[in-house]
Design a protein. Sequence first.
Length: 117
Amino acid sequence: QVQLVESGGGLVQAGGSLRLSCAASGRTFSSYNMGWFRQAPGKEREFVASITWNGRFTNYADSVKGRFTISRDNVKNTVYLQMNSLEPEDTAVYYCAVRQGASYAYWGQGTQVTVSS
């Protein structure tokens, strides 16, 4: 069982930045591939970014490429999402998740990001 706790959300003006953190419990965090997702009101949850267990490979949704950066610190059992040049369309609840096999098995409770125009 893995527990994930997101933090770092908040209200920011368009063009601003936020850094989200996702702290994970458990000794095997360094073996997990991780992902960030988001869900805006009235919309389905969508993929934002992912990172392999060693941080060597990352992947991003087209809508955030060049603006968001995913990273991790396996000593601190934490994965980050640096979000720059935020747009009102980035407003959503952001979730981190642990990938196991072909699916994401464990999810955090989410953190709200609101971008004002």
